[in-house]
Design a protein around this ligand. Structure first.
Ligand SMILES: N[C@@H](CCC(=O)N[C@@H](CS)C(=O)NCC(=O)O)C(=O)O
Length: 204
């Protein structure tokens, strides 16, 4: 295997974190779109779930956060000090467990949409905007890390899945988050990924 491979459905959801990461770091990878989990892949899926990352040395890994951390560690994108790395963990947990999961629950009608404005925006997006205004990088330090990438991805994603949330967030209301988005989207690899990202049937 000459290239690492990322397998995930033709959806954004959890696959977008490793896909954007691999693109941002200019890693030449096989972006393997899966229609359904069948016998061709099931044996590689430890818990029967995607995403799956296969490295060039044959190493296989599932769980999106483990995948993004593994790649980031290899490419020095995880933070330089124990404190910075801890803040990266803190941020990606907040993005994945608290915000991403909540977005999906609102999309499915399990949570009330009002909670986006009452809870998710003030508690998370406003805080990240404030941190970026004070420190430039979400995890402090002197360079972008996986924490910034996770915040960018979920900032872009929320307006896609829940357009009303985009109206509450975008267009200068959170200028530091807009600048973060601009940073990632002006990256050549990410721009290319966004251009080629397939339109999905299920809007997640
Ligand atoms: N905690 C896991 C969750 C993985 C997960 O829920 N994957 C879903 C798609 S988003 C899946 O493969 N579902 C298929 C199934 O459960 O049969 C991660 O972060 O990777």
């Amino acid at each position: 295997m000459t290239k690492p491979q990322l397998s995930y459905f033709k959806a954004r959801a959890l696959g977008q974190f490793p896909r954007v990461l691999l693109s941002y770091l200019s890693i030449d990878y096989d972006n393997n779109y899966i229609d359904k989990i069948d016998e061709s892949i099931i044996d590689d899926l430890k818990y029967g779930q995607l995403p799956l990352f296969k490295d060039t040395n044959g190493f296989k890994l599932v769980q999106s956060m483990a995948i993004t951390k593994y790649i980031s560690e290899k490419y020095n994108f995880l933070g330089k000090t124990p404190e910075e790395r801890a803040l990266v963990d803190e941020t990606i947990s907040a993005v994945h467990i608290d915000v991403f999961t909540f977005i999906i629950r609102v999309f499915r009608g399990v949570e009330e949409k009002e909670k986006i404005q009452e809870l998710i925006i003030p508690r998370f997006f406003a805080k990240w905007n404030q941190i970026l205004g004070e420190k430039k990088y979400i995890a402090g330090g002197d360079s972008y890390t996986l924490a910034d990438l996770y915040v960018y991805v979920v900032y872009e994603y929320i307006g896609y899945v829940l357009p009303f949330a985009g109206d509450l967030l975008y267009g200068g209301k959170f200028p530091h988050l807009d600048s973060l988005k601009e940073h990632f989207e002006s990256n050549k690899g990410v721009a290319e990924y966004l251009k080629n990202r397939p339109v999905t049937e299920r809007k997640i």
